[in-house]
Design a protein around this ligand. Structure first.
Ligand SMILES: Cc1cc2nc3c(=O)[nH]c(=O)nc-3n(C[C@H](O)[C@H](O)[C@H](O)COP(=O)(O)OP(=O)(O)OC[C@H]3O[C@@H](n4cnc5c(N)ncnc54)[C@H](O)[C@@H]3O)c2cc1C
Length: 446
């Protein structure tokens, strides 16, 4: 039986480990943190000395087009409908704007949705149909490589009001990169997959409880039940190739030998782990990624409120950075708080502000814009390197990028599935691809 080491138990590493166990590999999974999930994980957030609530490190939105993610959830024995609430695409925002997808096959769902939209001038609707028609006819290739989203919007004569209402929030929401720096081809790919492929692809999927229940915990249980060895709080420190061709890993739990290794860690860690084993010239690309932050401000109210499931918040220049999207959550009954909302402050907001000021600024913004009482608690979780910057210049490295100099090493991670922006779906697809490559030598190109 082939022995494979998987380093990193984010969604990419979990996908790789599951795929390898399914193919009959003996798997050891190493994770530096206390549990699985990586950048999409659950935690207990302390509100005050006596109160904490279960939330995620960042509010995440999944969509119906996340086919590989939904399949993986099913493969580890969980019915996606039991852990995710599904609702049809509905964009709403300031000034009474609302765009709902109609219950029809794509692209009619969007077309009819645009006809029925509220608070949207006809000029904007026609411009949006023009941009989407180009993508429907030619796919993402309608957008030249190397262009930014801002350039594409200009070239497609999209009015500034439409950009502010729809394109900019969608670009930041999907790519976590402001339009002036964001890759238009990757944006076009997301638009094609989400809005033009099938009726349910644009559906919003939100965790019923926390992200941990959606995949990380069930996947870890599934792996343990099938004999995989899982080590938490156990970092891999270095990798070397022995004279027998096997990989020797130095880890916090001692040395581990394996025939193959899936490195499902961010690019700087790949570089560090392989520093002694791969020529320096081949590792330079791993330093070339840039990153963007995301902050999530968790707001809690003692009372039960009718919070919207998802709403876009208007951005206004203000003293402390403002959130772009608010997601209402229903906390468990008889818990310490009656209502909870996660507000996303992305790369285009002021996610880098001091967390206390950010939390208070968002609390004021939400109370004012949604006419809600001030929350009893506001806490910000800031992820400074939430995702790579999805710019046209980002490095493109596939799962087999080091195969010629490091045979047996497969790469995985949201950064390595480069046709897509860094998302849960790209993490899972990269993990699926790494398992396939490690087991068969076949590479799925992003
Ligand atoms: C705040 C926030 C909001 C987001 N919102 C969305 C969203 O709405 N929708 C969406 O689709 N995506 C969203 N994302 C992106 C999504 O979370 C990531 O794309 C995805 O989680 C990346 O998974 P990964 O497995 O590739 O990487 P990671 O999650 O980074 O996993 C890497 C793992 O490797 C471990 N590790 C690193 N070095 C070592 C070592 N030497 N030894 C052992 N273990 C190691 C790390 O601890 C980590 O657990 C968001 C991200 C953030 C931070």
């Amino acid at each position: 039986m082939s022995e494979t080491l998987v380093v990193g138990a984010g969604w990419a590493g979990l996908a790789a480990a599951v795929g390898l166990v399914e193919r009959g590999h003996r798997v050891t999974l190493l994770e530096a943190a206390a549990g699985p999930g990586g950048r999409a994980r659950s935690l207990a957030l302390r509100l005050d000395e006596t109160t904490s609530i279960d939330v995620d490190n960042g509010q995440h939105l999944l969509i119906g087009a996340y086919r590989s993610t939904l399949a993986l959830i099913g493969r580890v024995g969980v019915d996606p409908a039991s852990v995710l609430t599904r609702s049809r695409l509905r964009l709403s925002g300031p000034g009474g704007f609302e765009l709902r997808a109609a219950p029809l096959p794509a692209p009619l769902n969007l077309g009819i949705g645009l006809l029925r939209a509220r608070g949207m001038p006809w000029g904007e609707r026609i411009a949006m149909v023009r941009a989407m028609a180009g993508l429907a006819l030619r796919g993402p290739a309608a957008v030249p490589e190397g262009m930014t989203v801002a350039q594409w919007l200009q070239a497609s004569r999209q009015p500034a009001s439409l950009a502010a209402r729809i394109w900019v929030p969608l670009c930041i929401g999907a790519l976590n990169t402001p339009p002036e720096r964001a890759c238009a081809r990757a944006f076009a790919q997301v638009l094609c997959d989400a809005l033009l492929s099938s009726a349910d692809a644009a559906d919003f999927l939100l965790p019923r409880t926390t992200l941990g229940d959606v995949l990380p915990q069930p996947a870890a249980r599934w792996l343990a039940e099938r004999g995989a060895t899982l080590h938490w709080r156990c970092a891999c420190r270095a990798l070397e190739r022995g004279s027998d061709g096997r990989w020797q890993a130095s880890t916090d739990a001692g040395p581990v030998a394996a025939d193959r290794v899936v490195l499902a860690v961010p690019p700087p860690q790949v570089r560090r782990l392989l520093a002694g084993a791969v020529p320096e010239s081949r590792l330079a690309a791993f330093d070339a990624f840039e990153h963007e932050p995301i902050a999530t401000v968790w707001l809690a109210w003692r009372e039960r409120l009718a919070l919207p499931e998802v709403v876009m918040l208007g951005e206004r220049p203000a003293e402390h950075g403002y959130g772009q999207w608010l997601f209402g959550r229903t906390p468990p009954p008889h818990g310490p708080v009656g209502s909870v909302a996660g507000v996303v402050v992305s790369a285009a907001g002021r996610a880098a502000d001091a967390s206390g000021a950010l939390a208070q600024g968002v609390a004021r913004q939400v109370a004012e814009q949604l006419a809600l009482p001030p929350p009893s608690h506001a806490r910000a979780i800031v992820e400074k390197r939430a995702t790579i910057r999805c710019s046209p210049e980002r490095p493109r490295l596939d799962t087999d990028a080091l195969a010629d100099v490091a045979p047996g090493i497969a790469l995985a991670g949201d950064w390595s599935w480069h046709r897509y922006p860094a998302t849960i779906e790209s993490a899972v697809r990269s993990g699926d691809a790494a398992a396939r490559f490690a087991a068969t030598g076949i590479v799925d190109r992003a």
